[in-house]
Design a protein around this ligand. Sequence first.
Ligand SMILES: O=C(O)CC1=CCC(=O)O1
Length: 257
Amino acid sequence: MNITTDDGLQLHVQVEGDGPALLFSNSLGTALAMWDAQLAALTGRYRIIRYDSRGHGRSGVPTAPYQIERLGRDALAVLDAVGVERASFCGLSMGGMVGQWLGANAPTRIQKLVIANTAAELGPPANWDARIDAVRAGGMIAITETVLERWFTAGFRTAQPDAVAKVRSMLHATDPTGYCGSCAAIRDMNQRALLPTITVPTLVIGGAFDPATPPAHAEELAQNIPGAQLVMLDAAHLSNIERTADFNAALTRFLEA
Ligand SMILES: O=C(O)CC1=CCC(=O)O1
């Protein structure tokens, strides 16, 4: 289904399964299909709500730079459109940045918060400007292989070429304008001051081998969000794909405690 946000953008949403509502939010350069392995494991126990973030997948692609607040309001629009007052939330990387915003600004809408492979601030801005310039000049292909090397360990890339190929396809299919708009949102983000205000029960998941959001970022989040738990997986950036069973176990253990 498509839903319309308060600024008139169409977002592509899929709702599957029955049970307590669980909203997933994708990372930069992917789409809702990045959560397929979670859907397969959890669909019998949860009402799984997935959506393509603006600029990604089958959602609309505004041209101006995005902001994390705007992405957070999109997540609330998804909940409104599917008639869910309160859901647990799981977001990875950019999705986890959205989760921090929701935890601080919409605590009545979030039951439990899971933020994976993410950060409160991910500078320096010049790195994001360089990435935006590279994509504007050469399209998604210009950055694909470098990005994939950060998303998965070398061992996983060798052992699981089909899983990597699926993610490569998502990255190639991402609209360069949407990708650059999202890079700008991450470049301009600093949510450190929000962390102590998050009162929602929170699980932080990190990747011991994640070069994109290294373990220090996960530790900072867990130390500054009151009562947050921390789980470190043997994975690079897309830990939900590289370590599906461990990720799903940590997620369900936390949600069902
Ligand atoms: O693509 C990357 O470098 C890693 C990343 C940062 C934010 C996100 O969603 O992915």
